[in-house]
Design a protein around this ligand. Structure first.
Ligand code: BDR
Ligand code: CA
Length: 318
């Protein structure tokens, strides 16, 4: 059983990843820490509490901060995820509003310390909470099992960015945090656009899941209508990429991914802000801001059909 804390900004594809984790018999979602991005921190936290209530998820929810480390706020991605972050579906009031008394980064520190060696962090939004946690308590680096991130783009398969030509949205939203988290002393795997833009769920696939998964099908169909329209209008696609579930899939099915190891830096300002740069060689250059950084792992390929099958089977097993 893989125990995780899910750091997230729900978010349509975030919700899909959370429900996949909840449905998956190999994953225990211990906690959910919220971050801003797809919507405001108020909305993403409310959405996390709503998902918890609606699907009977036992994980504790802890609210994160509302601003990146460099204090430069970006607008919520309402164009992609709708005003409320869940494709503008009707979101009922959350009756069980119980939320952790701890702010997200303190919740991370506490929970990791209580369960040393047990917790994997799956982070699919801005990395602000994780950066604040590892800065405040560097010792948690040794206590975390693994950190899996959806973010960044390294140019494999032609994928270099989605918010700017050279930056992926989660990293662009807090590049300083991304550079800290990726270069901290804990094992990181990055599942970036290189692979998430190889995954694809068509509207026909969603239709099929709608009728095959009694518990999740209709809900996933409903929240993804707005998302699918964005992909259709913006990219002319009959379906969408499956970003956040790719990180969750890596947790339970790493065998369907190809990875490589190297040193990574994040550009933190200027026109290339949010760009992630991967150095695979061991050559040390006269000036080398990569050489002293830890070697981390990036995913560069995925088997998209195996991905869709595993997602479908997991959701329809309920
Ligand atoms: C990432 O940005 C957000 O819109 C998605 O939820 C995903 O985490 C993709 O770039
Ligand atoms: Ca996300």
């Amino acid at each position: 059983m893989k125990k995780i804390i899910f750091d997230t900004d729900p978010g349509i594809d975030d919700a899909m990843a959370l429900l996949f984790a909840h449905a998956c018999k190999d994953i225990e979602v211990v906690g959910i820490t919220t971050t801003f991005g797809n919507a405001s921190i108020e909305n993403t936290t409310h959405n996390a509490l709503y998902l918890k209530q609606q699907f009977d998820i036992s994980a504790e929810v802890a609210k994160g901060v509302n601003i990146p480390l460099d204090q430069v706020k970006t607008e919520p991605a309402t164009l992609v995820h709708g005003e409320n972050g869940l494709g503008n579906i009707e979101i009922p009031k959350v009756i069980n509003t119980q939320i952790s008394p701890l702010i997200a980064h303190d919740y991370l520190i506490e929970t990791i310390k209580q369960q040393p060696g047990e917790i994997t962090l799956v982070a699919v939004g801005r990395l602000t909470n994780l950066a604040m946690a590892i800065k405040k308590a560097p010792e948690i680096g040794q206590l975390v099992k693994e950190v899996i991130i959806m973010g960044g783009a390294f140019g494999h398969n032609g994928h270099t960015g989605n918010l700017t030509p050279f930056a992926e949205a989660n990293v662009y939203g807090d590049p300083l945090a991304a550079d800290i988290v990726i270069n901290a002393d804990w094992p990181v795997t990055i599942v970036g656009l290189d692979v998430t833009q190889q995954t694809f769920m068509s509207n026909a696939y969603l239709e099929k899941m709608r009728t095959s998964s009694a518990k999740y099908g209709q809900f996933i169909y409903d929240i993804t209508r707005f998302y699918a329209k964005f992909y259709s209008d913006d990219l002319g696609l009959d379906g969408f990429y499956v970003h956040d579930s790719s990180a969750m899939m890596y947790l339970v099915a790493p065998e369907i991914f190809t990875t490589k190891q190297g040193h990574i830096r994040v550009i933190t300002e200027g026109p290339a802000k949010g760009h992630t740069l991967f150095k695979s060689s061991d050559r040390v250059f006269p000036i080398d801001e990569w050489a002293t950084r830890p070697k981390q792992t990036i995913a560069i390929n995925v088997e998209p059909l195996a991905f869709n099958q595993r997602y479908f089977d997991t959701m329809c097993d309920n």
